[in-house]
Design a protein around this ligand. Structure first.
Ligand SMILES: *[C@@H]1O[C@H](CO)[C@@H](O)[C@H](O)[C@H]1NC(C)=O
Ligand SMILES: *[C@@H]1O[C@H](CO)[C@@H](O)[C@H](O)[C@H]1NC(C)=O
Ligand SMILES: [Zn+2]
Ligand SMILES: [Zn+2]
Length: 469
């Protein structure tokens, strides 16, 4: 990083201006819809650099990272860092399956390797969740596995371990299989992934019947996967002021999915957080505040995971608290956090594994979040509380191309950015009432497999993300 001398002078000057301790009303008053919208419109411009999205590793995402980093550097108030890591990028590819020349509607599963295989089909006993379900007959052939009980990825790796050259997963319900992913990139402790496709609906029931009756049928699988290693950056900015042994971390993710520019998801949280970080330098803080702008959240919380794994035990123990802001300006916004003074009805939701808060919870760090709803459907009761439309999603453009500036609920953006500013100011002043991070839990002891967020929902109101089971 090149630091030019004017910035150094500016930083000394701005630190000496920061005389008063930050407080919530002042920081909240500094938040304006105009500035939030300005940032957000920039994100849409950035998305035009890369086919209308800001997926990690793309030009649109890189421009987002540069915008944040430059703005924070200009304040002189933070030690900023680009934290570089790599991850396998995967996008929707092509998968097809035919048996005896008849094509079947197939679903592409993320993380499936490319390949072309033709071999006899062999039914796997039970649901293929245990090694015992895969007889010797599977070796060299295509394993035919019923959906249910365990993740697709587990079944495919077990089939690979048994020597199958390919696999199909057939449905137990009409319609597409949910999830659409093998869940994690690889499962070296179970077995290798092999070309696989999931079959749509129950169209294959006749085929399954014939196989069960002992007929020999040759199937063909064709998979074209889109997968490559990409480098990307988290932006981490820590106040130079404040107690560096008690760090309040506030985070949001900067990447979008491939489908669209990601303005509510999560331009709303990341630009709200940026604006708070740009206003905070007017004051002084008691505890250090670290603003974390995560990359590759949409691929399974990769950036926050990398950050926490990279902290030494000592550095991790200094993180007093984590605050997460992912989707805070949904068009039909729900209020899933508690506002004591504002007279609004709120409904608290439990944490799932749908955003970066999970990384910090797994590390035993006290965690809070603001969330205005994603793809979930507003109930009749909620529509009454929040003057919304029952039966319509909180964000009908969730993970879609239409998640642009028009999808941003400006009132919600201001309300929830002020709420975030309140939390940042409060904990920057004092951590009274916050339990010390648990020392009982070894870091990440509760780790559960993270999912590719391209295919599953973020945690919605009372819904866990869908797993491909
Ligand atoms: C984005 O930044 C990463 C990390 O610096 C770099 O490897 C990659 O090539 C950049 N992508 C584009 C499209 O410029
Ligand atoms: C964190 O990453 C930096 C840069 O790659 C490396 O120098 C450092 O050793 C890492 N620390 C830990 C604890 O992994
Ligand atoms: Zn998402
Ligand atoms: Zn998100």
């Amino acid at each position: 990083m090149k630091i030019t001398s004017p910035i150094v002078f500016l930083s000394i000057a701005s630190l000496s201006w920061a005389q008063d301790l930050v407080d919530s009303p002042n920081l909240q008053n500094a938040i304006s819809s105009t500035r939030l919208l300005t940032h957000t419109r920039r994100l849409v411009e950035f998305s035009r650099l890369s086919n209308g999205n800001r997926v990690f590793g793309s030009a649109g995402h890189n421009a987002t990272v540069d915008y944040i980093k430059n703005a924070l550097d200009e304040t002189g108030y933070y030690d900023t860092q680009l934290q570089t890591f790599s991850y396998l990028f995967s996008a929707s590819g092509i998968a097809s399956f035919s048996a005896s020349g008849t094509p079947y509607a197939s679903v592409y599963l993320t993380y499936v390797p490319s390949g072309d295989v033709s071999a006899p089909l062999v039914i796997v006993n039970n649901l293929g969740c245990q090694t015992g379900g895969y007889t010797a007959a599977v070796a060299g052939n295509i394993a035919v596995i019923k959906r249910g009980t365990c993740e697709f990825g587990h079944k495919v790796a077990l089939a690979g371990a048994a020597g199958a050259v390919g696999a199909i997963i057939y449905n137990n319900e009409d319609g597409a299989v949910p999830g659409g992913t093998l869940g994690v990139i690889s499962r070296p402790d179970v077995g290798p992934y092999i070309p696989v496709t999931a079959l749509f609906g129950l169209d294959d029931s006749a085929l399954i019947g014939e196989l069960s009756a002992g007929q020999r049928i040759v199937g063909s699988i064709h998979v074209e996967a889109v997968i490559d290693e990409r480098y990307t950056n988290n932006v981490i900015a820590t106040t130079k002021l404040g107690d560096q042994n008690n760090v309040v971390v506030a985070g949001a993710h900067t990447d979008s999915v491939v489908a669209g520019p990601g303005i509510d998801e999560d331009g709303s949280g990341s630009m709200g957080l940026l604006e708070i970080a740009l206003q905070l330098p007017k004051w002084r803080v008691t505890n250090a505040v670290r603003f974390a702008f995560w990359s590759a959240e949409e691929f399974g919380l990769i950036g926050s995971d990398y950050d926490l794994a990279n902290l030494s035990e000592e550095e991790r123990s200094k993180v007093a608290l984590y605050l997460n802001f992912d989707m805070i300006a949904s068009p039909q916004h729900g209020i899933f956090q508690h506002y004591t003074k504002a007279e609004v009805k709120s409904m608290l939701v439990p944490f799932g594994s749908g955003s970066d808060y999970r990384t910090f919870l797994d590390a035993g760090i006290p965690t809070g979040a603001i969330f205005s709803g994603s793809g979930g459907i507003m109930t009749d009761e909620q529509a009454g509380w929040w003057n919304g439309l029952a039966g319509v999603a909180y964000d009908k453009c969730y993970h879609e191309a239409c998640d642009g500036v028009d999808n941003l609920n400006v009132d919600a953006s201001v309300l929830n950015t002020k709420a975030a500013a309140h939390a940042v100011a409060k904990y920057a002043r004092s951590l009274d009432g916050i339990p010390r991070p648990s020392t009982e839990l070894p870091a990440r002891s509760l780790k559960i497999p993270r999912q590719s967020h391209d295919e599953i929902s973020h945690q919605d109101c009372r819904h866990e993300p869908l797993l491909a089971i």
